[in-house]
Design a binder for this molecule. Structure first.
Ligand code: ASN
Length: 317
C-alpha cells in the first residue's frame, strides 16, 4: 500500500518538475517560431490551410503496430487520427484545393519498445501537406526550400535563443544528399537508417521504403516505391516522410493485398477510388517536435513537451 502512495508521489513530483524545467520556455519558443515560419512560407507559396481532424472512420494504417484507439459514436467506429493521409488525398481532388497543408495532431499509441527511442511521443503534431498532380522531385525541392526558409527565419527572429540552446545559429543547406534504403542496408545492415544518421552531419533524403499501401509503387520499377524521407543527422533520425500516392483503384487493391490491409475498413475510400475521384498527388509531413528536438539538440523528444507524452508511461496529466 505504502509503495503505491510513494510511487504516485514520484509520478506527481516528476510531472511538476517537468512543468518547471529550466529552458522549457526557450524550447517552446523555437517550436513556436517553426510554426509561425511554416505558416508564412505556406501562405507565400499559396497552400491553403485546412483545420485538423481528430476522429475518422479511416486513418493511416501505419507501417508498425500500435494500440488501437477508437470510440463508438452515432453507431459508427471512429479512430483517433494517426495521420490525415486519406483526407489530404481526397481534398486535393478539388482543383481549388490543389495545394493544402494542415498542422495536424496525431495520436499513435506506441508499444513499450518505442518508449526509450528518444524519437517517439504517443501524441505529436505534424505539418502535413499535399499537392494535386505533383511528383517526388517537386515535393523534395519544396521541402528543402522550407527547411532553409525556416532556419533563416529562426536565425533572424530568435538568434539569442538559438545561441543559448545550441551554441550557434542554424546552417543553410545546399541540395541534400540522396540515398536509397537498399544501398544503405548493403553498407550498414540492420538499422541502416539510424546508423547513417549517426554518421552524418547534415540531413539527407532516404528513398524507396516498402511500407503502407498508399505510397506509390514505381511503375517503371515494380517492387520499388516513390517515397522519400528526410533523416536528421547526428542520430536524430527520421524527421519527415512523404510519397507520391497510389490513386488507381486496381493498383490500390493490389497494394492493400500485399500489405495485408483490411479492405472492409476502407470500403468507402475504395468506392471513391473506383469512381475515379482520386487524382495523382504527392506530399509529405514533418514532425514538429522532431524538428524542435533537432534544432535544440535535445537528447529526448520528450524534453520538447511540458506534459510528458513518452510512449507507454504512467502519466497523470
Ligand atoms: N504524413 C505522411 C505522408 O504524407 C504520412 C504519415 O504521417 N504516416 O506521407
Amino acid at each position: 500500500m505504502k509503495t503505491t502512495v510513494l510511487e504516485k508521489k514520484n509520478v506527481l513530483d516528476e510531472a511538476l518538475k517537468k512543468i518547471q524545467k529550466p529552458g522549457i520556455k526557450e524550447i517552446l519558443q523555437v517550436q513556436q517560431a517553426i510554426i509561425r515560419g511554416t505558416h508564412e512560407f505556406m501562405f507565400e507559396k499559396n497552400l491553403v490551410q485546412m483545420m485538423p481532424l481528430m476522429l475518422s472512420p479511416i486513418t493511416d494504417p501505419l507501417n508498425h503496430s500500435v494500440v488501437d484507439a477508437s470510440i463508438e459514436y452515432a453507431n459508427q467506429k471512429w479512430s483517433l487520427m494517426k495521420s490525415m493521409i486519406f483526407h489530404k488525398q481526397l481534398a486535393v481532388s478539388n482543383p481549388e484545393l490543389a495545394a493544402i497543408y494542415i498542422v495536424s495532431p496525431n495520436v499513435r499509441l506506441e508499444l513499450a519498445d518505442r518508449q526509450e527511442t528518444g524519437r517517439h511521443l504517443f501524441e505529436f503534431t505534424q505539418v502535413d501537406f499535399e499537392f494535386n498532380n505533383k511528383n517526388k522531385e517537386f515535393v523534395m525541392g519544396f521541402m528543402e526550400e522550407l527547411i532553409n526558409y525556416l532556419f533563416s527565419y529562426l536565425n533572424r527572429q530568435i538568434p539569442e535563443i538559438l545561441i543559448k540552446l545550441r551554441g550557434q545559429l542554424l546552417p543553410e543547406y545546399e541540395k541534400l544528399a540522396v540515398y536509397r534504403t537498399e544501398e544503405l542496408e548493403q553498407e550498414y545492415g540492420d538499422d541502416a537508417e539510424i546508423k547513417k544518421s549517426l554518421d552524418c552531419k547534415e540531413p539527407f533524403w532516404l528513398l524507396n521504403h516498402k511500407r503502407e499501401f498508399y505510397d506509390r509503387e514505381d511503375p517503371s520499377k515494380p517492387g520499388t516505391y516513390l517515397n522519400y524521407d528526410i533523416i536528421w543527422p547526428l542520430g536524430f533520425g527520421e524527421g519527415l516522410s512523404g510519397a507520391e500516392r497510389e490513386y488507381d483503384y486496381k493498383q490500390i487493391l493490389k497494394r492493400m493485398e500485399e500489405t495485408g490491409t483490411d479492405k472492409t475498413v476502407f470500403k468507402n475510400y475504395l468506392s471513391a477510388a473506383k469512381s475515379g475521384l482520386l487524382v495523382p498527388s504527392a506530399g509529405a509531413g514533418f514532425g514538429v517536435e522532431r524538428m524542435t528536438r533537432f534544432i535544440c539538440q535535445l537528447k529526448d523528444i520528450d524534453e520538447a513537451t511540458v506534459f510528458s507524452r513518452k510512449p507507454f508511461s504512467e502519466l497523470i496529466f
